[in-house]
Design a protein around this ligand. Structure first.
Ligand SMILES: [Cu+2]
Length: 298
């Protein structure tokens, strides 16, 4: 009975190990392919695509560093999985009941016990150093040249440009039935956030009803929008383009219908847009929810 349980356990461990190896090898292949740019046709757009693997291409210095940390971790995982698999295979062969009918009763080995405590600690240290560096890098806003204020509401985003005349607007996801040709379902919005490239942008994020989260994968930005609290992060978008994100904090029934679209443009294009936006959004003084509440109390 004991032997059967032992075999079952070994079989399960081997199965799980094998699955892990397949998964990690696939991941490693994607890392390699990503580094070589082989998946460029598939994964080069800053948006989710069918059958997409690996991360979206980075568009900010933060996301570039996230990619390197991810790749480092992936190689560490590959090595650990291979090492554990090799040990398992060795044990299965060398200590099978046939080859080793009288098992040793050894229960302690000081050297091995110290080694399997110290080695994981060292591995964690190797991971911790770049991880903390990245955390500080993404938290500390460098000299900002522009501020964007983001407010999360059920279920849309409200944006404010305090340095550019303080105009503000709501940004709603577009209903499936109202999509124009070329617009993306669950990703496109009525009013895009326009930002200049190569500019240090301070992003301040708050909530007005429940918790939301402003998440743009290709920027490496994911910040909670909390009521009564101002969270802060920063961006420096490297190339013009359209970047997509979504609310990624479950915030109620329409959580999946509050996408984020950032249009990154050159500085002159940004200035032209600001001039236009100031008139276009002149009548907007607060998020729609606040305006509705004020109107109904009158
Ligand atoms: Cu939300």
């Amino acid at each position: 009975m004991q032997r059967m349980v032992g075999r079952l356990f070994l079989g399960m461990a081997a199965g799980v190990g094998l699955l892990g190896v397949v998964r990690v090898m696939l991941g490693a292949a994607m890392v390699g392919a990503g580094m070589l740019g082989l998946v460029s046709g598939v994964a080069r757009a800053a948006e989710p695509l069918p059958w997409q693997m690996y991360l979206q291409p980075p568009a900010t210095p933060i996301e570039e560093r996230i990619h390197s940390l991810h790749d480092l971790l992936m190689w560490i995982i590959v090595l650990i999985v291979l090492f554990v698999m090799a040990l398992l295979a060795y044990v299965c062969v060398k200590f099978s009941a046939k080859r080793n009918p009288i098992p040793s009763k050894t229960s302690h080995n000081t050297v091995i016990e110290i080694a399997w405590t110290v080695v994981p600690v060292l591995i964690l240290l190797v991971i911790a150093i770049p991880s903390f560096k990245l955390m500080y890098f993404s938290e500390r806003v460098p000299d900002s040249q522009l501020t964007l204020k983001v407010t999360g509401l059920q279920w849309y985003w409200h944006y404010q440009y305090p340095d550019n005349g303080d105009f503000q607007f709501d940004s709603y996801g577009i209903d499936e039935k109202n999509l124009a040709p070329g617009q993306k379902r669950l990703l496109d919005v009525d009013n895009q956030v326009v930002l200049p490239v190569n500019t240090n942008i301070r992003v301040q994020i708050a909530g007005q009803d429940v918790m939301h989260s402003w998440f743009i994968p290709s920027f490496g930005v994911q910040k909670y929008a909390v009521v009564g609290r101002l969270n802060e992060t920063w961006l420096n978008i490297e190339k013009p383009g359209i970047y997509y994100g979504e609310c990624n904090q479950i915030c109620g029934v329409n959580h999946s219908f509050m996408p984020i679209v950032i249009k990154a443009v050159t500085k002159p294009e940004f200035d032209a847009w600001v001039a236009e936006a100031k008139t276009k959004f002149a009548a907007t003084s607060a998020p729609a929810a606040t305006r509705l509440a004020a109107a109904s109390s009158n």
